[in-house]
Design a protein around this ligand. Structure first.
Ligand code: CDP
Length: 208
């Protein structure tokens, strides 16, 4: 069974995807981490994020063991990820890893921007998780200020707006709700309520 979860930055899709995977006994892949790691490796090599050939080389050489890196979780890493995620050669290089991961029994939950549209168009269930941008910014701000009290809400909001715009505007695999994806708006839902709602939607879809 494959469950595809897409949505904009800080929509809560990662937390949801992890919990759903645990609940259903499936593997979990945070595909955003792949793009974050490629950006990290380009910078570590002294390159520019705009260099598609170098970024694609780093994507092909990506070591999955290196994804467990706390530095990848920060706001700057997310911003850098969306720069390299624009390059078609990078997306192509990461495609096979994601599809192989999804295809391994008993299945997996993948979260990202293009899982339902490009990576796993035949997924059994597709969710598109979103929330009002101000609510997403508030959640991300709370998360970031736990580590750095100087983080400003307005900066977080602006960064989310810009990143979403970039992710929607790119020509290759833009962020988009798949035609057969179910929309889950978590604006008024806390994590627990969002999880309950997602599990209900998945069960209903599977029993159809
Ligand atoms: O956790 P958050 O939603 O802030 O970001 P993420 O899921 O880690 O993704 C970081 C960036 O990677 C996104 O802004 C996208 O540009 C890119 N990405 C993508 O293009 N395709 C994916 N399947 C996953 C992430």
């Amino acid at each position: 069974m494959i469950i595809a979860i897409d949505g904009p930055a800080a929509s809560g899709k990662g937390t949801l995807a992890r919990r759903i995977a645990e609940h259903l006994g499936l593997a979990y892949l945070d595909t955003g981490l792949l793009y974050r790691a490629v950006a990290r490796d380009v910078s570590a090599a002294g390159g520019e994020l705009s260099d598609e050939v170098l970024a694609a080389t780093m994507a092909r050489k990506l070591d999955p063991a290196s994804l467990d890196d706390a530095a990848l979780r920060g706001a700057r890493a997310g911003e850098a990820a969306s720069m390299v995620a624009r390059h078609p050669q990078v997306r192509q290089a990461l495609l096979e890893y994601q599809r192989t991961f999804a295809g391994r029994p008993p299945g997996a939950v993948l979260d990202g921007r293009d899982i339902g549209t490009v990576v796993c168009p035949d997924a059994d269930v597709k969710l598109f998780v979103t929330a009002a941008v101000e609510v997403r910014a508030r959640r991300r701000h709370a998360e970031l200020s736990a580590k750095d009290p100087n983080v400003r809400y307005d900066d977080v909001l602006e960064e989310l707006r810009q990143r979403d715009a970039r992710d929607m505007a790119r020509t290759d695999a833009p962020m988009r709700q798949a035609d057969d994806a179910i929309l889950l708006d978590t604006t008024d839902l806390d994590i627990e309520a969002a999880f309950e709602a997602a599990v209900g939607l998945i069960k209903r879809k599977i029993s159809q």
